[in-house]
Design a protein around this ligand. Structure first.
Ligand code: GRF
Length: 185
């Protein structure tokens, strides 16, 4: 199967996924696409010799990303720190074949404005005793797709948004590639 990763930022998850599928018989990462021309994820893709594609929000909304995914015969789309809202045509083109990772335990700390550091700040401000990751299918209502997998990590009063982020990243890196592999059937 041919996988595409969409990412807007650093791409540490994308890197783990590329690493994992280098030796998988099931699938290969065939494309890394980003809405940010200077996203570090693009450097990581080059290192793995994975083709890259960049696009603007306007272009995505006009269907150019969907066209690219179809031209590349992509079977499965992975959102790994992708910050734009996916157009409905795109989710419809990949029913049950698009997955996202959210850095908290949905349905808590999801929805508008809940991305990146804002999530960890909100978790800290609420004094949560734990947080975690959620891997879910992407449907037309972004964070409401079917939950596939969650993993938890304990927090204490000494945790800061930065240390929470580090704990969450550790879980993401550990589980995201394997969960994707499992979804590929
Ligand atoms: C991850 O925490 C992911 O859950 C979130 O954005 C972050 C991306 O990190 N939605 P990276 O770019 O993979 O390092």
């Amino acid at each position: 199967k041919r996988l595409a990763i969409l990412a807007s930022g650093s791409g540490s998850n994308a890197e783990k996924i590329m690493e994992h599928f280098q030796t998988s018989a099931k699938a290969e990462v065939a494309l890394v696409a980003s809405n940010k021309a200077d996203a570090y994820v693009l450097e990581r893709a080059k290192k793995f010799e994975v083709p890259t594609f960049t696009f603007t929000r306007k272009e995505m909304d006009a269907g150019i990303l969907l066209e690219k995914l179809q031209d590349e015969n992509i079977d499965f789309v992975i959102l790994a720190g992708f910050l734009l809202k996916i157009p409905v045509e795109l989710t419809r083109a990949f029913p049950d074949r698009m997955v996202n990772i959210h850095p908290a335990l949905l349905p808590k700390y999801g929805g508008k404005g809940m991305y990146g550091h804002f999530v960890h700040e909100a978790v800290k401000a609420a004094g949560e005793k734990e947080t975690g990751i959620t891997i879910h299918l992407v449907n037309e209502n972004y964070d409401e797709g079917k939950i596939i997998f969650q993993a938890h990590t304990a927090l204490n009063e000494l945790d800061t948004p930065d240390s929470i982020a580090a704990k969450v990243h550790e879980l993401e890196h550990k589980y995201f590639p394997k969960v994707i592999e499992g979804l590929l059937g």
